[in-house]
Design a protein around this ligand. Structure first.
Ligand code: FAD
Length: 512
């Protein structure tokens, strides 16, 4: 059975739980999958975490889970072994074979510290073998301290530890041979240097005994060292996330926790191995908010797509319901203007049953029509064939369906009864399809027919061409208006009497 979520969070440490809170409070359906091995589980107390100083790290996470529960966040114990993308959803597989799918993923899996392989060291990790002067330095300040260097970068750790005590011994073998300048800096601050490799670390009543290969022993109260952070991100391999530093480095994100994959966010030590608990919490919070913002934007995109599909289906139903919808004759205003133009390529937006396109083709234009209705497109193609002209008809939602640029783009009577019909957006899309030097011709109902006494509240939008021009907000450096006027043409009212219709004409040339 596959459960579907708005977001799955992998990792229930400080970062993952903070992300869970943000997503839960945003009423998202959220699952946290956690293997239950937070990095600081070896320590009994936590420091440097505002408002939680000295708290047991396990207690903080328990509180965090309780808080997230209040916002209906679900939790599962387990280890994620694979994430793949299937049909725009992320498929998250656990080691026991359970599968979840989600629209968004937050990776908050932390790191595992790979400590130097020295007997006795790991046993004391988080007790008297420490990694972070900020987290545990105060508690051992003024005491006998050692620093087991693991690389040349450990010089920085030695400098920080020296701030805590006057009694510091640096075990430097793993940092390589230190140059004179480095040695001078260390000795100037009174740091004892033990260059022989450390052989063993043992807890004794009088302190931690650091035995070196030259058979010496140094007794300290605490030993600082740094493990190699192992990210354990094999499960995310197929997402091809951009990683930093070197291959296999931390996941690269922006400030909102966004990764190189649009549905994947990341936070905490998985992105910043040096981050302490508050930094992991802050980043998790941002990643949760980032994931929610992505989902919110997608919800709107989906709503627009659904509405468009509904509108398109309605048009299709309208065409399918009757044999012929339009007259098949070109609009007289269109014909009058286009007849003056040298033929070239032309695109007709909302081409219906092809009346205008066939007329254009008969007058030497290489004409394409686009319409949302499959029935209309089929009829238009049949109409062109019956007239013996070559014309192209494309089924699609508006100008953006077509990639080419055209010498003439025609939007003729683009009106709809739908209240939120995106007429201006479609006209702007139409403008995008005009080739440099080409023309955009918008012909529309500038006013309701005179025989309509009372215009219904939801009647299609009818505007003067000046208004359309203003709404289009086209760059005046790129677009030069050629015709902006209302033309009156003769029409027959439904009762058979002579009447007129007002066509709004907007002809614009793309000059850039
Ligand atoms: C000994 C020690 C003491 C520390 N003390 C302090 C301190 O006092 N103050 C401080 O601010 N910082 C301290 N830190 C640093 C602190 O541990 C980290 O900043 C913090 O844990 C980072 O949080 P995180 O959520 O990124 O990762 P973590 O807390 O490590 O949480 C990651 C979670 O993801 C889970 N996970 C990993 N892979 C998977 C997977 N594939 N599927 C499911 N779950 C997975 C893990 O099991 C874990 O539960 C200490 C670190 C150490 C090593």
């Amino acid at each position: 059975m596959t459960n579907d979520w708005d977001a799955v969070i992998i990792g229930g440490g400080a970062a993952g739980l903070s992300a869970a809170q943000m997503l839960g409070r945003s009423r998202r359906r959220v699952l946290v999958i956690d293997a239950g091995r937070p990095r600081n589980r070896f320590a009994a107390h936590m420091h440097g975490v505002l408002g939680h100083d000295g708290v047991d790290p396990a207690e903080l996470l328990a509180r965090g889970r309780d808080e997230a529960h209040r916002y209906d966040v679900a939790f599962a114990s387990g280890t994620v072994v694979a994430v793949t993308e299937v049909d725009g959803r992320l498929r998250v597989t656990r080691s026991d074979g359970l599968v979840d799918t989600a629209r968004a993923l937050v990776i908050a899996t932390g790191v595992r510290d790979d400590l130097p392989d020295i007997p006795g060291l790991r046993e004391q990790w988080g007790r008297s073998v420490l990694h972070c002067p900020y987290c545990h330095g105060w508690e051992v300040a003024g005491q006998r301290l050692g620093v087991l260097a693991t690389s040349i970068a450990s010089i920085h750790q030695i400098e920080l530890v020296r701030q805590l005590s006057d009694h510091v011994t640096a075990f430097t073998a793993r940092a390589g041979t230190l140059d004179e300048a480095a040695l001078e800096r260390l000795s100037a601050r009174g740091i004892a240097i033990a260059p022989s490799p450390v052989r063993e670390v043992a807890h004794r009543e009088d302190g931690l005994v650091i035995a070196t290969e030259d058979q010496s022993e140094v007794v300290v109260d605490a030993l600082f060292t740094g493990g190699e952070p192992e990210l354990g991100l094999d499960f995310a391999e197929q997402l091809r996330l951009v990683r930093g530093d070197q291959p296999g480095g931390p996941i690269v994100t922006d400030l909102r926790g966004a990764t190189s994959h649009p549905r994947v966010f990341a936070a905490g030590n998985a992105t910043m191995p040096f981050a302490n608990v508050p930094v992991a919490m802050g980043a998790g919070s941002m990643a949760g908010a980032g994931a929610n913002a992505m989902l919110a934007a997608e919800d709107f995109d989906l709503a627009v797509a659904e509405r468009t599909a509904r509108r398109n289906a309605e048009w299709e139903a309208r065409y399918a319901a009757q044999d012929r919808f339009w007259s098949g004759r070109v609009n007289s205003s269109v014909a009058a203007i286009v007849a003056e133009l040298p033929p070239g390529t032309a695109l007709d937006i909302g081409s219906g049953e092809g009346g205008d396109v066939v007329w254009l083709a008969e007058h030497g234009w290489e004409a394409t029509g686009v319409d949302v209705s499959a029935t209309a497109v089929r009829r238009a193609a049949e109409f062109a064939a019956s007239r013996g002209v070559a014309a192209t008809f494309v089924e699609g939602d508006g100008p953006a369906t077509v990639e080419d640029r055209f010498d003439l783009v025609l939007a003729s009577f683009l009106h709809s009864w739908e209240p939120d019909f995106p007429r201006t957006r479609m006209l702007r899309d139409a403008a995008d399809r005009v080739a440099p030097g080409g023309l955009l011709l918008i012909v529309s109902h500038a006013a309701p027919p005179p025989w309509v006494r009372e215009v219904p509240a939801h009647a299609p939008v009818m505007r003067a061409p000046e208004e359309d021009l203003a709404l289009l907000r086209l760059d005046p450096k790129t677009w030069a208006p050629q015709i902006v006027e209302v033309r009156r043409r003769a029409a027959t009212a439904p009762d058979g009497s002579a009447a007129h219709l007002d066509d709004g004409i907007l002809l614009l040339r793309r000059i850039g």
